[in-house]
Design a protein around this ligand. Structure first.
Ligand code: NCD
Length: 312
């Protein structure tokens, strides 16, 4: 298969296993290219992309921009973290204004779950969801699986543990969908108040004791507390949270299995992950960042190839 089954990347939920394999194969080629002295290819010379970020972002925004530049696309950027920007007409108006400037693709980050889906129903350009509230963050999940595959050879049958604020995390949900498609076993761990009740219906294991969960896994993905999405208090204090769910070197010393440690960033050193773990040989956090560029190049290239006559 050389074409994606979808016109947009709205969420992992809409992809099949062949799509994921195609994205990884394409990312392999781009990873090789971005490690050459000349890191740029002319593939998207005539394609124009708008990056619309209605929520703060550093890593994801830079990663998308770099991916687009490496592909020689023309890009325009719009950022607004004002919470008064609302879904519906305002967003659609912004998007339509940008599209009248003849834009082929939109990368959208928005605080409202479903915003990219809404926009995709109204316009002809393809949309990449760069994170919609606590719903999905598909390129993050793709780069996470790609990084696991790079370290462990395969994702299939691996035990992957996701720790922390699963309830408000789009990274968690997209990872669960992506890992399940690839045949991994998934466990989540965190305070009861931050583990949504529907998760067991998705076939995900739940464990509230961090050490027990760590003993089970090959990979642990530590999540940041999504304070900006919490409407009330979900645990007594950060100190309490850290005591029960912060990953430290003493955990890694206590378990016999060798594990790899991941984090989508931004990391809160000393809260969900101690500094020595983040900088240790177990951590692949910076590999994830590097792979993010190759994965985003692959997604942009494959969607542009499917949707415009401009890409060979
Ligand atoms: C994640 C996000 O924005 O969802 N970060 C990212 O994409 N770099 C995770 C987070 O903010 O905790």
């Amino acid at each position: 298969m050389s074409e994606l089954s979808v016109k947009h990347l709205l969420g992992i939920k809409y992809l099949n296993l062949q799509d994921i394999e195609l994205i990884f194969k394409t990312a392999d080629n781009f990873k090789e290219i971005i490690n050459r002295p000349i890191k740029k290819v002319p593939s998207l010379r005539d394609v124009t992309i708008a990056n619309l970020f209605f929520e703060n972002s550093t890593r994801t925004k830079l990663s998308f921009e770099l991916a687009q530049k490496r592909l020689s696309a023309d890009i325009i950027n719009f950022s607004s973290s004002k919470s008064s920007v609302e879904k519906g007409e305002t967003l659609l108006d912004t998007v339509n204004n940008i599209l009248s400037m003849k834009v082929d693709m939109i990368v959208l980050r928005h605080p409202n779950p479903g915003a990219p889906i809404l926009i995709s129903e109204k316009i002809s350009a393809s949309i990449i969801n760069a994170g919609d509230g606590s719903h999905e963050h598909p390129t993050q999940a793709l780069l996470d699986s790609y990084s696991i595959r790079e370290r462990l050879g395969d994702v299939k049958n691996k035990n992957v543990l996701i720790v922390g604020d699963v309830m408000h995390s789009r990274v968690a949900l997209s990872n669960i969908y992506a890992l399940q498609l690839q045949g991994a076993n998934i466990m989540v761990c965190g305070p009861k108040t931050l583990i949504p009740k529907y998760l067991h219906k998705l076939g995900v294991k739940i464990e509230y004791n961090l050490l027990a969960a760590l003993k089970w896994c090959d990979v642990v993905n530590m999540l940041r507390i999504q304070n900006e999405r919490m409407k009330s208090s979900y645990f007594p204090s950060i100190r309490e949270y850290k005591k029960h769910y912060g990953l430290t070197m003493s955990h890694l010393d206590l378990i016999e299995n060798e594990i790899i440690v991941m984090h989508p960033g931004p990391i809160n050193r000393g809260i969900e992950i101690s500094s020595d773990v983040a900088d240790s040989k177990y951590s692949i956090i910076l590999d994830q960042v590097e792979n993010g560029v190759a994965i985003r190049m692959a997604v942009i290239y494959l969607l542009a190839k499917k949707n415009t006559f401009k890409v060979e």
